[in-house]
Design a protein around this ligand. Structure first.
Ligand code: NAD
Length: 454
């Protein structure tokens, strides 16, 4: 099955079907139309998969996907143009240019937590760059996966853009094929499987992975604004099931009580006295992840550290926003990515110590800092390696198409969004054109003594 799909797409690509800018523009325009006409279906699929509130689906998936299409439509004409560059003295006379070239047939494997955006956004980049594409959505979000399988053939050129649904077996089958690029979003364990499979064919990969995203909260802040932003970036992003949601907070011992009180108040304001009944809070995706999460706080030495929340409803797969203070650092909650509604707070003596704390862990996908202190901001930007960072807010950096989005180290490799998506699926071909003049005799043997004097 996978072999036949790749064969068909390669034939379309080799025939040059995906290369014309007009073809690319027609596909992206069709995707905009699809998003506009099927907004209710997309929102219903996200509700079915995650109980995602419509407002969240609209703000975080639907509108961003549409904006991404429009951004590529606008930029594509100039992005596809060869870029003239200066000639070197060694090649005089000549003209030199960088010609953007589509890679070929690419595979996109996406994750369940933002199942619409994480699938469509790389597809947009692959199309803009002139590639044929297979999208493999996540089987953990089955409603969105089957919606893609139904909608994409209705809107785009099915001889060049295809959806293959399935889980491990189907993905393994896909990974055995020869691709020109594999773009994978998900956890690092599977990322290693993807990279190993790609290595067999020397296929380049982009790996959009996760990790623990830290949030430093200094006392020199507008606390009222800071806690609202942290809360919406944690529980208002799929109830913490987001790769760039805050994983843990670091603050000083002296400021922690005030911060905890403010966070409690904002959680109550956003989700009421009983958050399990709130329609504004996504559920946990399935019982496997529900059990994974609840087991993180089962141990008494973690459970004793809950200072707010902790309620669960196994039937509805809901977990309330939960704050924990000074959880032992050797527990699973503090060593692995949480990817859920638990928000532990780590305390340090001085706020500057938080930078060493972050740097003692693997490089995060996103790092956040709340402070008015310019010196601390500079220290953070200069000394914390991370995929991306944001000062005085969380998660929003992903909405700026002029910024690359991607990880570093264990949080991934390669980046996308805006023009970076185009670049991700493009080879920059070096092209040098010479005439027949400008012969330098020293270049040619025999290398006589006289020539070697030069
Ligand atoms: P997932 O379970 O949906 O898996 C991702 C994809 O891998 C799916 O399409 C799945 O079919 C495929 N897969 C699963 N097992 C496989 C195997 N054995 N061989 C080949 N393919 C396989 O998603 P997940 O991994 O639970 O996603 C959550 C993780 O992804 C978190 O770590 C999160 O931080 C990260 N993430 C990163 C980003 C980003 O943009 N950097 C975005 C979302 C999620």
């Amino acid at each position: 099955m996978a072999e036949a799909v790749v064969r068909e797409l390669r034939a379309s690509f080799t025939a040059g079907r995906t290369r014309p800018v007009e073809w690319r523009a027609a596909q992206l325009t069709a995707l905009v139309r699809m998003i506009e006409e099927k907004e209710a279906d997309i929102s219903a699929a996200l509700q079915a998969d995650l109980a995602k509130p419509h407002m969240e689906s609209y703000l975080h998936e639907i509108s961003l996907a549409k904006a991404s299409c429009k951004f590529s439509l606008k930029g594509m004409k100039s992005w596809t143009k060869p870029e003239k560059v200066p000639s070197a003295i060694t090649t005089f006379p000549s003209t030199a240019q960088i010609v953007p070239e589509p890679l070929g047939v690419v595979l996109i494997i996406s994750a369940w937590n933002y199942p619409f955006l994480l699938s469509i956004d790389p597809v947009i980049g692959a199309i803009a760059a002139g590639n044929a594409v297979v999208l493999k959505p996540s089987e953990i979000a089955p409603a969105t996966s089957s919606l893609f399988a139904k909608l994409l053939p209705e809107y785009v050129d099915n001889s060049c853009i295809k959806v293959v649904e399935g889980g491990v077996d189907e993905t393994t089958d896909l990974l055995e094929q020869k691709w020109d690029k594999i773009f994978y979003t998900g956890n690092g364990t599977i990322g290693r499987i993807v990279m190993t499979a790609a290595a067999k064919h020397l296929t380049p990969v982009a790996l959009e992975l996760g990790g623990k995203c830290p949030v430093i909260v200094d006392s020199d802040v507008d606390l009222h604004v800071a806690v609202k932003r942290i809360a919406v970036g944690k529980w208002g992003c799929n109830n913490g099931q987001a790769c760039i949601a805050p994983d843990y907070i670091i603050t000083t011992k002296s400021f922690a009580p005030e911060l905890v009180d403010s966070l409690k108040r904002v959680i109550k304001r956003f989700y009421g006295e009983d958050p399990l009944q709130s329609a504004d809070l996504s559920r946990i995706v399935n019982s496997k992840h529900f059990n994974r999460l609840t087991s993180l706080v089962e141990d008494k030495k973690v459970a004793d550290k809950i200072v707010y929340g902790g309620q669960t409803d196994e039937k509805q797969l809901k977990i309330a926003p939960t704050l924990l203070l000074d959880v032992p650092l050797d527990t699973a909650l503090m060593t692995g990515e949480i990817f859920g509604p638990y928000l532990p707070i780590v305390t340090v003596e001085k706020i500057e110590d938080s930078i060493d704390f972050i740097n003692s862990k693997t490089k995060p996908l996103a790092a956040y800092l709340f402070t008015k202190n310019k010196k601390l901001q500079d220290n953070f930007v200069t000394n914390v390696p991370a995929g991306g960072m944001l000062v005085n807010d969380v998660a929003l950096h992903l909405t700026n198409p002029h910024l690359p989005f991607g990880g570093v180290g264990e949080s991934g490799m390669g980046s996308y969004h805006g023009k970076f998506s185009f670049d991700c699926f493009t080879h920059k071909k070096a092209v040098l054109i010479r005439g027949f003049g400008g012969e330098a005799t020293a270049r040619y043997p025999p290398y006589t003594q006289e020539k070697q004097k030069i």
